[in-house]
Design a protein around this ligand. Structure first.
Ligand SMILES: [Zn+2]
Length: 229
């Protein structure tokens, strides 16, 4: 990559990249995902993977793996009605809200940023190295759902609580589970993926439960009052 380098890549069996990469390596899927989420070559070439879409060391493949999981983890994934659960409609929400998806370096630890745009100007979601390399495949789907919620008009509205791993007192938390914000959407997606995810492994489902509980324990000013057991 022109301005950043790939960090040490975590074990790809553990992250799910070895499971999902062969699935995204399919031209009709790539073509569909590319246009449905607003990828463009100028943001995904130059080392981000445009020239090697099936290479699961590179950001494009790892992003498409998150999109594949987001789209095909419900048993009957084609039933994406809002009346169903988020394992079904998460993919539809992300498609509706994200129409410009860009790869960038970020500062090394940053995950993603949503720019909802005044009057829609500059409306986009940027994904960074933390998304590509420190998140496993289910957590990438979580981030897409989280950022889509921002694009849908819901900002964070509180500071992180005492003891939060995100930094007590810093802004970026949601006030409560009932606020229905980005943290809740992401955690709810992971919860359903844990409870009823298909075409995946028991280990990845467990990782989703752990990650959802981490969000529940750290990202709400008022603790939701439950954990996923
Ligand atoms: Zn956020």
């Amino acid at each position: 990559m022109a301005t950043c380098t790939i960090p040490a890549i975590p074990n790809k069996d553990v992250s799910g990249d070895n499971l999902y990469a062969p699935r995204i390596c399919n031209q009709p899927f790539i073509d569909w995902a590319w246009s449905a989420h607003g990828f463009s070559k100028k943001y995904w070439d130059d080392g981000f993977g445009y020239e090697a879409v099936c290479n699961n060391n590179l950001p494009l493949c790892r992003t498409l793996s998150g999109i594949w999981l987001l789209n095909y983890s419900a048993d009957d994934y084609w039933n994406e009605q809002w009346s169903n659960n988020i394992l079904h409609w998460g993919r539809r929400y992300v498609r509706n809200q994200i129409d410009d998806l860009r790869a960038k370096c970020g500062d090394g630890s940053a995950i993603a940023t949503a720019f909802s745009g005044f009057l829609g100007i500059g409306r986009r979601v940027e994904l960074y190295l933390g998304f590509f390399y420190s998140s496993n495949v289910p957590a990438r789907a979580e981030t897409l759902v989280h950022e889509a919620r921002h694009m849908g008009g819901k900002s964070h509205n509180a500071n992180f609580p005492p003891g939060s791993a995100y930094g007590a007192g810093r802004s970026g938390a949601d006030s409560s589970w009932g606020y229905n914000g980005a943290w809740m959407y992401g955690a709810l997606y992971l919860w359903w993926f844990y409870a009823d995810g298909r075409r995946t492994t028991a280990a990845l489902r467990q990782s989703a439960r752990q990650r959802a509980n981490f969000v529940i324990d750290n990202a709400f000013a008022t603790h939701p009052g439950f954990t996923i057991s």
